[in-house]
Ligand binder design. Structure first.
Ligand code: F0G
Length: 358
């Protein structure tokens, strides 16, 4: 059955319960996440000289404006079911926004550890507004995650990073939605890779759907890292990861093995793109299609440009790419990258006409 696009959508747990570890005893904490648009983007493909069909899974339209809501609805529901009162996560910003929102919804306390000064402004605003105890760690994401792992070992607090398997379970529903919308899996699936939970989740989802007879084929999983934070591509942890795409500024991904298995088993690839390539693709998508994503999402778009140059995608292929977060998450990078500023004029018709060139 195709996913319902009617007003009866009740969130990913209700929609895909048969594929998820829930029972009638699980309290469902939902903000009606999922059911996000799968948008065909022919002008972008034309602009990069491709000859394939590209669909973007626009996850920025989730309740907290990123794909993290899919995993968080399940992780927080299961934490609630177990009677936990506090959830904690380390985050580059999106996981913390989702954890804070779902914890508020569940009447639980939320504690988030963020790399100090390296969080996009929208994401910081979310953690604060949803009322999470917000801790800025003078270190990077990997160091914050190590602390969170230790907090989890006390047994007093539920870790909702993707080392919590319920996160991966929830996130795999995006693969189901893509198959439901397209009628089968795409030939290729491109996505950004940071802590590597999402590529692991998609691959799990595609395989489970095929096993259940809901789809026939499997995609090649193509993961893209930022060149300054590309441990999976370089083959070793990066001590000081750096990139403009702060969402994926991660040097030692928790789901390292899951990502490498997905790439190997699907005969896909894992590769990297520079910040310059990321920002170029980021702007190109906004200007050719009217779709504004956060910089991390542009890593797979820049990857597509590379794939076209290397002739990796046969003519007529069906390609899906996940746009993991909304562009408004990171207004600073957008304003710096746009390349121009507002033109200030007097409140006068002729002055406006002059600017327009009429
Ligand atoms: N894109 C965005 C917008 C993200 O926020 C993240 C991860 C990724 C891609 C990479 O996904 O980690 O599953 O490989 N953000 C995490 C966070 C780390 O804390 O919000 P991944």
């Amino acid at each position: 059955m195709p996913a319902s696009h009617s007003s009866t959508w009740s969130g990913v747990i209700q929609q895909y319960a048969e594929f998820l570890p829930v029972t009638s005893a699980t309290p469902i904490i939902t903000l009606l996440e999922g059911n996000t648009p799968l948008i065909r983007v022919p002008s972008f493909v034309e602009a990069i000289g491709g000859q394939f069909e590209l669909y973007l899974k626009y996850e920025g339209l989730n309740p907290t404006c990123s794909f993290k809501d899919r995993g968080m609805t399940l992780a927080v529901s299961k934490a609630k079911e177990r009677g936990s009162e506090i959830v904690v996560c380390a985050s580059t910003g999106n996981t913390s926004a989702a954890a804070a929102a779902y914890a508020a919804r569940a009447k639980m306390r939320c504690v988030v550890l963020l790399p100090h000064g390296k969080i996009a402004l929208g994401k910081l605003a979310q953690a604060l507004m949803y009322g999470a105890t917000t801790i800025a760690v003078e270190g990077n994401f990997d160091q914050a995650l190590n602390i969170v792992r230790e907090l989890g070992e006390t047994g007093k607090i539920e870790v909702v990073n993707s080392i919590n398997p319920f996160r991966i379970e929830g996130q795999k529903t995006a693969a189901f939605e893509i198959c439901d919308a397209l009628g089968d899996a795409p030939d290729f699936h491109f996505l950004p890779v940071g802590n590597a939970g999402n590529i692991t989740a998609y691959w799990k989802g595609y395989r489970e759907y095929q096993n259940a007879g809901k789809s026939d084929t499997l995609p090649r999983m193509c993961g893209w890292q930022a060149a300054g934070a590309a441990p999976l591509v370089d083959g070793h942890p990066i001590e000081h990861p750096n990139t403009v795409a702060t969402a994926i500024r991660i040097g030692n991904p928790a789901s390292w093995q899951g990502a490498m298995d997905a790439v190997k088993q699907s005969e896909g690839l894992i590769d990297k793109v520079t910040d310059e390539e990321i920002l170029k693709a980021y702007t190109l998508l906004a200007r050719t299609e009217g779709i504004f994503v956060e910089p991390a999402c542009a890593a797979p778009l820049a990857g597509l440009i590379k794939a076209v140059q290397r002739q990796l995608i046969p003519e007529g292929s069906l390609v899906a790419a996940t746009m993991t977060g909304h562009g408004l998450k990171d207004p600073d990078t957008a304003i710096k990258t746009a390349g121009f500023e507002p033109i200030v004029v007097q409140p006068d018709r002729d002055a406006v006409m002059r600017v327009i060139g009429l």
